[in-house]
Ligand binder design. Structure first.
Ligand code: MG
Length: 160
């Protein structure tokens, strides 16, 4: 497969695993704060990010490329309020969206039609990721610091 594309997809695999690791860190933070629903939501998000990474790995293998797993950088361990954490999640997903769009640009400039087509799934997925995070941020803003509201949201997200 195209070496430039292969390198960029391997970098994205690392970014997806970093995202998974970030959400896992948020999950353990929420668990230690007693927000088991938020914690469970973040653990599912961790699983989804790993799925995103696996999907890229399968694609590289299918194209006869080489998956190269690089070390995963450290993630934050200290976090703010639930609202701040979901705002952080939304901001992070916006960065990921930008990365995916840059991959599409690269696939186009390299005239790699198969990669461009494969990336469409990620472009659509990012629309959903941002909408989901943004919806939770909106609700948490309405709740503000109302503790019973927060625990209601916690129980709602726990059944994701
Ligand atoms: Mg992802």
């Amino acid at each position: 497969m195209n070496k430039k594309v292969e390198k960029a997809l391997n970098a994205q695999i690392n970014a997806e695993i970093w995202s998974a690791y970030l959400y896992l860190s948020m999950s353990t933070h929420f668990a230690s704060e007693g927000f088991n629903g938020f914690s469970g939501w973040m653990k599912k998000q961790y699983g989804e990010e790993m799925e995103h990474a696996f999907r890229f790995m399968d694609y590289i293998v299918d194209r006869g490329g080489k998956v190269a797993l690089a070390p995963v950088a450290e993630v934050p361990v200290k976090f703010g309020s639930p609202l701040e954490i979901f705002e952080q999640t939304l901001e992070h997903e916006k960065v990921v969206t930008d990365n995916i769009h840059k991959l599409v640009d690269l696939a186009r400039s390299e005239e790699d039609k198969a990669t461009e087509s494969m990336l469409k799934w990620y472009v659509d997925e990012q629309v959903e990721e941002e909408a989901t995070a943004s919806g939770i941020v909106d609700k948490l803003k309405l709740i503000d610091k109302n503790i019973s509201g927060l625990f209601y949201m916690d129980s709602q997200l726990g059944v994701r």
